[in-house]
Design a protein around this ligand. Structure first.
Ligand code: ATP
Length: 355
């Protein structure tokens, strides 16, 4: 395993007119499980292909520990890569497919057998080991591809590009936890690309959020949820995402539509900001001591375990997540309270304070 360091790495597909990946400096630390999360077209695959050597960056240098690999082709980088769709030798058995990367690198026979059996047991492939790969359904073939990516011990990193796309949704949960188990076992550096926040949050030690070709925040799942550094992270992580409404800082107070909703915390110039609060930390009620924003209830989604109460704050729709037995009726006027330390202020989409 190696630290993978990107130094000013960026990529343009159109001769520098636009950046699919804006020049960035970033280190993937050895043995960690990363999720690279972002919407379609934000540059995830571009970044992954630059690490594996399938793509040369337009600018910047890449290091695996103290070895520069910028000009080293894929074969010399010792990376295992799993793609969205199965890449297998269809005429070979599942066992031989799993053993192939190990035989290729001259692992001892006993170790090959032990590794193949360990991976196959964890991925639930034991009963399929003797079958020809082409006889498996596409979902199972993809699990074999995943196994092939994870079977080696000495790789610099394992790169997984949306590896569960063709896998049955019910199996995804199991496979994600198996992947974690395999990661604990092998200590691989894993970079798992996904646009699905649940996949990212359940899998990773650290989630790296990419938007418009730039890393906007990286951290543990709880940190991204509880403490978004950027409005985009607030929107993209969480379901539903963070509420964002325009506000104003005046005399050290935060005002929404003229109503004082709390004290501004942080080095803040007076003027317009956005205030962001997750539905989980927007409390609805009346007669409480903290300042509240008057809102009108528009509808209630009963989700079983909780309710989502849709409200209107002036021109701005917001959502509060409440207990399943809380009763709010459409058209009622309530007060929305911003939980201190859980409501954040943003300027130019970047967090600049809280209340
Ligand atoms: P998705 O989740 O849809 O796969 P992504 O986050 O992996 O998207 P990339 O595939 O890296 O994003 O694409 C980043 C940007 O670069 C997009 O605007 C895309 O249209 C563009 N792009 C990707 N590959 C090429 C290419 N070969 N030629 C030109 N533009 C490209």
């Amino acid at each position: 395993m190696a630290d993978i360091r990107l130094e000013g790495v960026g990529h343009s597909y159109d001769g520098g007119r636009t950046w699919a990946l804006k020049p960035m400096t970033w280190t993937w630390r050895s043995s960690r499980a990363y999720a690279l999360l972002g919407p379609s077209g934000c540059g995830k695959t571009t970044l992954l292909n630059i690490i594996s050597g399938l793509l040369s960056p337009t600018v910047g240098r890449i290091w695996f520990d103290d070895r520069e690999v910028t000009a080293v082709p894929t074969a010399g980088r010792n990376i295992a890569q799993v793609f969205q769709f199965p890449v297998l030798y269809e005429e070979m058995s599942v066992y031989d497919n799993l053993a192939f990367p190990l035989r290729n690198r001259k692992y001892p026979k006993a170790e090959i057998d032990q590794r193949v059996r360990r991976v196959s047991q964890l991925l639930g492939l034991d009963e399929h080991l003797k079958r020809r790969s082409r006889r498996l359904d596409p979902g199972r073939q993809q699990i074999v591809s995943l196994g092939r990516g994870l079977v080696r011990s000495e790789v610099a990193a394992v790169l997984l590009d949306e590896p569960l796309t063709v896998v049955d949704p019910a199996l995804k949960w199991t496979l994600r936890s198996k992947l974690k188990e395999i990661h604990r076992d092998t200590g691989h550096t894993l970079i798992y690309v996904t646009h699905d926040q649940t996949e990212a949050l359940t899998f990773a030690d650290e989630v790296v959020v990419l938007n418009e070709g730039a890393i906007v925040q990286a951290g543990e799942p709880a940190e991204l949820f509880l403490s978004p550094a950027h409005e985009f992270v607030g929107h993209f992580i969480g379901s539903p995402g963070m509420n964002v409404v325009p506000a104003e800082i005046a005399d050290g107070l935060v005002k929404v539509g003229g109503t004082d909703v709390g004290q501004a915390v942080g080095e803040l110039e007076p003027g317009p900001v956005h205030i962001g609060v997750r539905p989980e930390f927007a409390r609805l009620g009346a007669g409480e001591t903290s300042p509240g924003l008057p809102v009108r209830v528009t509808s209630v989604d009963r989700m079983g375990a909780y309710n989502l109460v849709h409200v209107q704050a002036g021109d701005h729709p917001m959502i509060a997540k409440t207990e399943a037995d809380a009763r709010f009726t459409p058209d009622a006027v309530e007060f929305l309270h911003f939980a201190p330390d859980r409501a954040f202020l943003f300027r130019d989409a970047v967090r600049c304070g809280s209340i």
